[in-house]
Design a protein around this ligand. Structure first.
Ligand SMILES: [Zn+2]
Length: 84
């Protein structure tokens, strides 16, 4: 069993170093239990529950998308705290 939480965090850290503002996507093949993140700027917790459910945080710095299908993250990637 792979550790999704650890893998997506290391992947996001690598991306955030390269691009201060960007978006990224990781395909989990539809077996995501929870597609959620928290914004470091406004401390809002956001969750995407459907495949095309793009949810932005209060301040607009970040968004999550993809629901249970894939994890898409956008905006200021270094301000994203992964919640699962
Ligand atoms: Zn925010």
């Amino acid at each position: 069993m792979r550790n999704d939480h650890a893998s997506i965090e290391s992947w996001m850290e690598a991306l955030a170093v390269k691009h201060a503002t960007d978006e990224a996507q990781l395909d989990y093949g539809g077996d995501i239990k929870r597609n959620a993140a928290r914004c470091r700027k406004c401390n809002t917790e956001i969750e995407s529950v459907h495949r095309h459910d793009l949810v932005e945080c209060k301040c607009g710095a970040i968004f999550v998308d993809g629901g249970r299908r894939y994890k898409r993250r956008g905006g200021s990637l270094s301000d994203i705290i992964e919640l699962g």
